[in-house]
Write a protein that binds this ligand. Structure first.
Ligand SMILES: [Zn+2]
Length: 250
């Protein structure tokens, strides 16, 4: 399982010559309810990428970027939020370095719903301004339908994965049960933004504490480690498939 920071430079050079796909896990340190660890988003992306690399030696897992952009959760104790410009610059400089060493197949593998739009804008700017064309994908994008299938009773208006709800609690229970039980399992199925905005497909930034006192969006009581394991396995399989197709693409 090649992990970037564990290799010597000649081995990095070999990986570049072989045409390895570099998968860089990106996440955030932010509140995840009363019960889950703050690094959930970064940890999931990292563990999925490492599991994929255990199966496919031509995947090289980049250093995990734990710091993210989370204005909506920044007031909860423990959350660490970079400003949009800082985050975008950080990602661009990391990608620029990876690219400099001869890698042309680079993917950001994101675990944080709150930086989907910003990561896409960052990837577009890299292409537009520096001619570096990379992919960004989200682990939850790999299992959209499966989340519905496994948790049909968790009806959330807006984003499917929620926040510290059934999905993230289940995967944490599967990966690290003891850290997934730090406090009460909460349920909050209210809207993620005012109705008049949601109805027109608009967006407005809303502090999470105004919506959900625990910070949870979803129903964490529906979680099971078995369902978490199934989602994790599907993500790893599909990430491997993606990496293979990326390597073969023009
Ligand atoms: Zn999360």
């Amino acid at each position: 399982m090649p992990i970037w920071q564990e290799l010597s430079w000649p081995r990095i050079k070999e990986c570049a010559e072989k045409g390895c796909v570099v998968i860089i896990p990106i996440g955030v340190i932010e509140q995840h309810g009363h019960h889950l660890p703050l690094d959930t988003d970064a940890f999931f992306a990292q563990e999925m990428a490492r599991a994929a690399a255990r199966r496919d030696p031509e995947i090289l897992v980049g250093p995990t970027v734990p710091f993210g952009f989370t204005p909506s959760n920044k007031n909860f104790p423990g959350s660490i939020s970079l400003t949009a410009g800082t985050w975008s610059a950080l990602i661009r400089e990391i990608v620029r370095s990876v690219h400099r060493h001869g890698f042309t197949r680079i993917a950001l593998f994101n675990g944080h719903g709150g930086q989907v739009a910003l990561s896409r804008a960052t990837v577009s700017a890299l292409q537009d301004e520096e001619g570096i064309r990379i992919v960004v994908l989200n682990w939850f994008g790999l299992v959209n339908d499966d989340m519905d299938r496994l948790f049909p009773d968790e009806n959330m208006p807006g984003g499917r994965v929620g926040h510290a709800g059934a999905v993230e609690t289940s995967i944490n229970q599967f990966l690290r049960g003891e850290l997934a039980a730090q406090g009460s399992l909460e349920t909050h199925l209210g809207p993620q933004m005012p109705d008049f905005v949601r109805r027109v497909g608009g967006y407005v930034q809303t502090p999470r504490e105004d919506l959900s006192p625990s910070g949870v969006m979803g129903d964490s009581t529906l979680a099971t480690p078995e369902k978490g394991g199934e989602l994790f396995e599907l993500c790893v399989e599909r990430l491997c498939e993606f990496a293979r197709e990326y390597r073969e693409a023009e």
